[in-house]
Design a binder for this molecule. Structure first.
Ligand code: HEM
Length: 219
């Protein structure tokens, strides 16, 4: 669970870094990044297959752990409260299964939206004299609608909660956490989750503010 969690965290870091190019210019850098990836089909297909396998493994293990916890206890707690100190129970740790389920619904919607363009077919654009997929236009076409922005902001907030607990508990499970540095890693989880969720959350809002009044796909 921990190793698959860390692999997914790495994917998210790379994904956010790529998406931050949306802030530059009018999508030229973002489209150029997407076009470069399209030029490496073998690597991209291998990475996608690996990612899918890791996501499935992560979900199956989460379900096993959840049912395992319930079987071991035989019943639900009547009062849910943190023991404090080393127990480290928080809203984030207690809601892992809920936030995980929300992400499980979100990811397919997100992939059909941006990768398979079910709701908004990709246009094309010119880049250095070549015709490439206008992925930037697809992103703009969605995020210029406040409804999609609200949907993303809500899910990304929950992603932050999921990452907050996932970050430090993965390190702890892998035995990489020295008890002396545990407060540091714990605080690091909070900062990391805030940066990741905050970074993703800026994107839809930025596009809405920049292109909310535009009529076409891209401004
Ligand atoms: C505002 C935030 C986000 C934006 C703007 C965004 C944008 C995109 C775009 C444009 C693609 C299509 C890439 C392509 O076709 O080459 C994509 C794919 C994907 N995104 Fe996101 N994304 C965001 C957040 C997330 C989050 C939070 C997750 C996971 C929790 C995620 C998971 C994925 C996955 C799994 C794919 C498919 C990757 C592949 O098959 O190559 N994205 N995203």
């Amino acid at each position: 669970m921990a190793a698959s969690g860390i692999a997914l965290i790495l994917f998210l870091v790379v994904h956010l870094a790529g998406n931050l190019t949306l802030f530059v210019g009018n999508g030229e850098l973002f489209n150029s990044y997407a076009a470069h990836l399209e030029g490496l089909p073998v690597i991209v297909y291998a990475a996608e297959a690996g990612l899918l396998a890791i996501v499935i493994y992560h979900i199956v293990t989460a379900i096993q752990i959840q049912f395992g916890k319930f079987d071991a206890r035989g019943s639900r707690y009547e009062v849910v409260a943190s023991k404090g100190g080393p127990s480290k129970q928080t809203l984030s740790s207690r809601s892992m299964i809920i936030t995980g389920l929300v992400l499980l619904v979100f990811i397919p919607v997100h992939v059909v939206m941006f990768k398979f363009n079910w709701f908004q077919p990709h246009g094309t654009t010119q880049l250095h004299g070549e015709t490439v997929k206008d992925l930037y236009g697809t992103v703009v076409a969605h995020f210029k609608h406040p409804g999609w922005v609200w949907f993303y902001e809500s899910v990304l907030l929950l992603l932050g909660l999921h990452l907050r607990h996932g970050f430090w508990s993965s390190l702890q499970s892998l035995g990489a956490m020295n008890p002396k540095c545990s407060p540091l890693v714990y605080a690091g989880g909070l900062v990391f989750a805030a940066l990741m969720a905050g970074g993703f959350m800026l994107l839809p809002v930025y596009i809405l503010l920049k292109c909310g009044g535009c009529c076409g796909g891209a401004p």
